[in-house]
Design a protein around this ligand. Structure first.
Ligand code: UDP
Length: 425
């Protein structure tokens, strides 16, 4: 091993800031992934710098998370929120600022791990300018996503071309599930080196609260039949399917049926518009009395919601991995999920939960009912979920697998000296 201590890595996530609050527009699984991978790698001896775009006035340029792990915000375009589909034109400035930062520090990164297609472009540009190794995680594939939405954005062709170039040129792509690997090979390109390393969860944060204690804390009745959704308000998350399934549930009309829809939203923004649409459907279906919207759930309260629930539903039309499913499982709460993407890998049907076809509200209704009406089975599913997460989905074990991948790549491809970048902006 030629680099064995305090090796330096840049995690690049232009659009997913690892230091922001999670649960609002465009801040979800990717932000959590980058932050948790960064923190876990730093515990394993890496010097981790996580690069993102400065997206609000007054944001600190550097956020120190731990001694060896920090977020660095680079200026690329105006210091305000820009949706992912409009960010591409700002990427050359991001590359230039990254180079400037390296120059100011007097070193360059031998290894970068890029996240989402926008950052893959940044990485490929950097790779043209200096010797480095690039690992990439897509988080979402245009080739799959565009099949599940009605309005394909203008940027689609650019994105598809960048995703293909990335798979064919970077040193390794990390697929977070076997389905994602298949999608890459069949829909993006047959060329490219892919390794499957899943996403993880904080196993110590979830799973330590009893259902009764959680309910008391949240003011939820001990005999409630509680169905939980956690996540962003976005059409592709399928919240409408869940609401319609509750309307079809055989438990409908029972006073103790409760649907909790957790996640942040801002009026007038796309998540606020989706929340309003969902609230209207809830009202039209006469479900207002049994439905609540607690808003964004922060890390202090989220474990209580998962622990209080009888079942957590992930009704996505498309889900590259789906952190919420493993967070619920870590909390001993069974999951009813769409039979898509990463959910097919994390949720084991009849063992840790149930899988049903996306958008099929009747199937969701009967799967939810099966769990709500059988508490003994619910507990068995919950316990098996916890065991599955402990075995495969802790961040430390994810980081160990990434550590192994990076170290092998560095050993196989000796990158010249870390000092002095070859090109300064
Ligand atoms: N999340 C949160 N609070 C909320 C809503 C979501 O902390 O109010 C977190 C959730 O716990 C999970 C992430 O946001 O860690 C969502 O990740 P997932 O992979 O399920 O979906 P994505 O947002 O990437 O589509």
């Amino acid at each position: 091993m030629f680099l064995n201590k305090n090796h330096r890595i840049a995690l690049i996530s232009v659009d997913g800031d690892p230091a922001v609050e999670i649960g609002q527009e465009e801040a979800g699984g990717q932000n959590v992934y980058v932050r948790q991978v960064g923190l876990a790698l730093s515990k394993q001896g890496w010097q981790v710098d996580m690069f993102t775009r400065l997206s609000h006035p007054g944001q600190p340029q550097i956020v120190q998370h731990s001694a060896n792990c920090r977020t660095i915000r680079l200026k690329a375009g105006p210091g305000q929120f820009i949706g992912r589909d409009s960010l591409f034109k700002n990427l050359p400035e991001f590359v230039a600022q990254f180079q400037k930062f390296q120059h100011s520090q007097g070193y360059s990164y031998p290894l970068i791990h890029t996240n989402y297609w926008l950052s893959s472009w940044v990485g490929m540009e950097l790779k043209k300018q200096q010797p480095l190794l690039q690992v990439h995680t897509y988080h979402s594939l245009g080739a799959v996503k565009y099949r599940s939405i009605e309005n394909v954005p203008e940027i689609a062709s650019q994105r598809l071309a960048v995703e293909k170039a990335c798979l064919e040129t970077v040193d390794c792509v990390v697929a977070t599930s076997p389905q994602e690997q298949k999608d890459m090979q069949f829909l993006v390109s047959k060329k490219g080196k892919i390794e499957i390393i899943p996403c993880g969860t904080q196993i110590e944060l979830f799973g330590c609260i009893e259902r009764s204690v959680a309910r008391q804390h949240l003011g939820i009745a001990a005999d409630a039949k509680m169905v939980l959704y956690v996540g962003r308000f976005d059409g592709r998350k399928g919240i409408e399917t869940l609401v319609r399934a509750i309307a079809e549930s055989s438990l409908r009309g029972q006073a103790n049926l409760q649907l909790v829809i957790g996640g942040g939203s801002r009026p007038g923004q796309s998540d606020g518009i989706e929340r309003e649409r969902i609230e209207n459907i809830v009202a039209q279906l006469g479900l207002k009395d049994c439905t609540s919207f607690p808003g964004r759930l922060d890390e202090a309260i989220l474990p209580y919601y998962y622990a209080a629930a009888d079942v957590c539903v992930v009704p996505s039309h498309y889900e590259p991995f789906g952190l919420v499913a493993i967070e619920a499982m870590a909390s001993r709460t069974p999951v009813v999920a769409s039979n898509v993407g990463g959910l097919k890998y994390t949720v084991v049907p009849e063992v840790t939960g149930l899988l049903v076809p996306p958008k099929h509200e009747s199937n969701f209704a009967s799967a939810i009912d099966r769990i709500l009406t059988n508490p003994t089975w619910r507990d068995r599913l919950g316990e098996a979920g916890r065991q599955r997460v402990e075995a495969d989905f802790g961040w430390d074990s994810v980081a160990s697998r990434l550590n192994h991948l990076y170290t092998n790549l560095l050993n196989q491809n000796r990158v010249p000296s870390q000092r002095q970048p070859q090109i300064a902006a």
